[in-house]
Design a protein around this ligand. Sequence first.
Ligand code: PLP
Length: 390
Amino acid sequence: MAYAIRDVTAKAQEIQNKRRIHWLNIGDPALFDFETPKYIIEALAKSALEGKNTYANSLGVPELRRFIIEAERKKIKIDIPIDNIIITSGVSEGILFTMATLAQAGNEILLPGPCYPPYSSYCNFFDSKGVEYRLAEENGWNPDIDDFRKKINDKTNAILVSSPNNPTGKMYKKKTLKEIIDLAGEYDIPIISDEIYDKIVYEGEYIHPASLSKDVPVIGMNGFSKAHMAPGWRLGYLYFYDPEDRMEGVKESIEKLARTRLCANTPAQYAAIETFKRPRKYTDEMVAKLHKRRDYTMKRLNEIDRISCVNPDGAFYAFPKVELKNLWKNDKDFVLDVLNETGICFVYGSGFGDYGKDHFRTTFLPPIDTLAEVYDKLESYIKKKEDKLN
Ligand code: PLP
């Protein structure tokens, strides 16, 4: 198992006392000027003070799950039964539960390539094979459906879709999503849909796979870390869209896992109820700020020699390509060199799988003045290296 996003943190910490580090490796809004809304912090304190400190129901606090039914109905136009919603310790635990159930020795799980590292790590951990379908950079990182068709087979046990995607920030096109769902139907396998960035969108409209599926089951995952700026609360949920009750066995296994780990954070679950009760102005404000930071980041990155970047539609990452020739051995060498020489901490693209090679991931969460400092430094460092070469 490996998690490049935090593995580079260890490298940065080694040099932290020598130089200032710009932490552009972790997608944590609360590290920047996106503070967890005060009223949900107050709700957290209140629920703890009111004695909501017991273990909770393993599947989650029913009132919170009822609000989730309501929220998902608005998105996918269908009522998910309350028993089909499980509160998890972040989407991370949803990924773990889903993979623990669906990824088994001898089978394969189709994953986007490049992909968020835990998907492939858990496939490895459970002795399954994570097979990456190519996201085509030349086509705005949309899945390459021909490659997809070549990789799906009788061993495939589930298809993971992640849109807006981490690390590319791109959303899957509706037509492609439909084709993927049709193929899932043909092979009689479920879709796993990581929807953690569904409210952080700048371009186009987010489409929930379940809203396109008639009978193909979808395990959707979402949470409170990004749009609610509370990543440290470790709270998320998964839902089963299962119109023909074909996921009963999977659901039962996931429920057993949920009981084995007792429950998700109880006071945080009660506080999260508040996020559904009030209009979410703060997420809209966050998206408006991020939109400007995305535009600025794109402009600066694409002005730098050797760097080119596809415009992300959502999330808060950019995944630029870097021309390494004669200066760096590979993308990891590039990222570590930039870190050591400038203090800017990016994540190497190969940490997101083979399709991430020759790229790096950055985040546009920081304010524009910080981004300006970062890209000034990066631009002049690359220029210096280039000048030395000539
Ligand atoms: N899924 C994706 C695509 C992510 O980018 C992240 C965090 O960066 C997670 C899941 C983890 O989410 P959580 O904090 O809810 O565990």
